[in-house]
Design a protein around this ligand. Structure first.
Ligand SMILES: NC(=O)c1ccc[n+]([C@@H]2O[C@H](COP(=O)([O-])OP(=O)(O)OC[C@H]3O[C@@H](n4cnc5c(N)ncnc54)[C@H](OP(=O)(O)O)[C@@H]3O)[C@@H](O)[C@H]2O)c1
Length: 236
């Protein structure tokens, strides 16, 4: 019998991270779940039929290193990362930029991704593992409404994935820069103008992205999905 694969998901307590974790569990993967709200992770694990709950802040480098170690200690292997933890701020434009928020967004969206990949790489090399970085449409094509820190941090994720693919091809590790358009999640509460129910009904669902992540995770070992841009048809 082949051993079940293991994925560590950040931002797993809600939205796309949660949908990806549930989808992976349904496909037979064992899941490890990170986010700051422990109760939300417990609920995700409940919906997924179980999972290792590792609550913590991805901007805490020591936590990220120890969480990666905990996943490998618990399961004996690590096959994939789905890095969905992210943040933005309502004060996102130069005229009213909040610099403290700028630092926090870059720490969450970019630096924490580098830390998680760095911590997991030795284990990923062992399994020819997969890294799925949940970036943004604004990391693929400049989006004026996304804000200074968000646009800069998400755009940098494209380069981060490409460096991984260029430098780790020999070890069989592959990375996907996944760029969703509008998705109806709690994340929309961070917009200066929060979309109403009607607007949300035309957006992607977290499960749309969960399905796309699963496609990447289940792709044969010799296949690399470098970049995936997914938008609702309604998005102009
Ligand atoms: N919704 C959209 O339209 C959209 C579009 C493109 C890209 N994205 C990106 O998609 C990703 C997932 O967002 P979502 O839309 O699914 O919204 P979401 O439900 O708000 O998910 C964001 C997750 O990140 C976690 N998180 C935030 N800061 C964290 C930190 N410092 N440490 C650990 N976990 C942290 C949150 O959990 P805790 O608060 O419990 O920590 C939350 O579960 C984000 O990276 C976002 O930038 C969203």
């Amino acid at each position: 019998m082949t051993e079940r694969k293991v994925v560590w998901v950040t931002g797993a307590g809600s939205g796309m991270g949660r949908a990806a974790a549930v989808s992976a569990a349904r496909a037979g993967w064992r899941i490890a779940l990170t986010g700051r709200r422990e109760q939300a992770l417990i609920e995700t694990a409940g919906s997924a039929g179980g999972g290792l709950v590792l609550p913590g802040d991805v901007t805490d480098a020591a936590f990220v290193a120890s969480a990666a170690g905990s996943v490998v200690a618990e399961f004996g292997r690590l096959d994939a990362l789905v890095l969905a933890a992210g943040s933005n701020t309502k004060r996102r434009f130069w005229p009213d930029l909040d610099l403290e928020a700028f630092d926090a967004i870059v720490d969450t969206n970019l630096t924490a991704v580098a830390h998680a990949v760095h911590a997991a790489l030795p284990a990923l090399r062992e399994t020819h593992g997969t890294v799925v970085v949940i970036s943004s449409y604004s990391g693929w094509s400049f989006s004026p409404g996304a804000g200074v820190a968000y646009s800069a941090s998400k755009t940098a994720l494209g380069a981060l994935c490409r460096t991984l693919n260029a430098q780790e091809a020999g070890s069989g590790v592959r990375a996907t820069h996944l760029c969703p358009g509008d998705v109806a999640t709690d994340f929309l509460e961070q917009r200066p103008v929060v979309p109403d129910a009607d607007a949300r009904s035309r957006m992607l669902t977290p499960e749309d992205i969960g399905r796309a992540v699963q496609f990447v995770l289940d792709s044969p070992r010799h296949v690399r999905v470098d970049e995936l841009v997914i938008s609702p048809v309604s998005q102009a």
